[in-house]
Design a binder for this molecule. Structure first.
Ligand code: FES
Length: 112
């Protein structure tokens, strides 16, 4: 099991800490624990479920799928048009596209 802490924007204390199996979508983790991660489509089209995430393997690079990349670009949360993005704590992701990895994670929700 992997430990996942959830933070609200601009707050230093986690409001929730849960455990999840690697491979589980972060959106499903939030939903199963009734956490206030806003979402609408669940399919990577609305951009509502955007999050920032931090883990011990950062900084690194990753290749977002075309849908995640296009949605984040369309809503102004990604500046890069490159296929490979930096995996950093300030890189927006979609919780319906990110799975729990093998390392503990910190998830930061956007400002309401
Ligand atoms: S819930 Fe719509 S993009 Fe994730």
């Amino acid at each position: 099991m992997v430990r996942i802490r959830f933070f609200r924007a601009l707050q230093d204390e986690a409001f929730a800490c849960v455990e999840a199996m690697p491979g589980t979508l972060l959106l499903d983790v939030a939903r199963s624990h009734d956490l206030p991660l806003h979402w609408r489509c669940g399919q990577g089209t609305c951009g509502t479920c955007r999050i920032l995430l931090e883990h011990t393997q950062q900084p690194a690079l990753f290749t977002p799928c075309a849908r995640e990349r296009n949605v984040l670009k369309r809503f102004g949360f990604a500046a890069s048009t490159e296929p490979v993005w930096p995996d950093r704590p300030d890189t927006w992701r979609l919780a319906c596209h990110v799975s729990v990895g093998s390392e503990d994670m910190d998830i930061r929700l956007p400002e309401a």
